[in-house]
Design a protein. Structure first.
Length: 145
């Protein structure tokens, strides 16, 4: 028996695949970065944060640019100056918490500013209580060749 069809999963799959594309535009990145700079976040204790964000805008893009909204989110991360890796199911970024927290907000907002009707962001954050904190390289070094 064939599996039932779930049309809403098509948009989800497109958004997930779109995260692996690199953005070519920085218009939304600059606007979101300005918004992030004025975000009211408490001062950090000098730690280090690893965050992974997956944005799922609806729609993922436009007829002319299938991944326009996702690309805008990735452009914000690219312009942040922080270390990042784009993966198939999200983008990992690391740095000081006072830069990471506003960046996550700016990434989410960039999809809406790019024209998405709505967006869902799935965020995972890891930090330590001691200065230095976790690093992506420390966590995955033995698995990379």
């Amino acid at each position: 028996m064939a599996n039932p069809s779930f049309p809403h999963l098509r948009s989800f799959r497109l958004a997930v695949l779109a995260l692996s594309l690199l953005a070519s535009s920085t218009v939304w990145a600059q606007k979101a970065q300005q918004q992030a700079a004025s975000a009211p976040f408490p001062p950090a204790n000098g730690g280090h944060v690893i965050a992974e964000i997956q944005v799922i805008p609806r729609p993922a893009g436009t007829a002319d640019d299938r991944y326009k909204h996702v690309d805008a989110a990735i452009a914000v991360i690219q312009s942040s100056g922080l270390r990042y890796e784009v993966h198939g199911l999200g983008t990992v970024v690391e740095g000081p918490p006072e830069k990471i927290w506003p960046l996550l907000q700016a990434v989410h907002q960039a999809t809406l500013d790019a024209g998405a009707e709505r967006t869902l962001s799935i965020i995972k954050v890891s930090s330590g209580s001691q200065p230095g904190g976790p690093r992506v390289d420390d966590l995955v070094r033995k698995f990379r060749q």
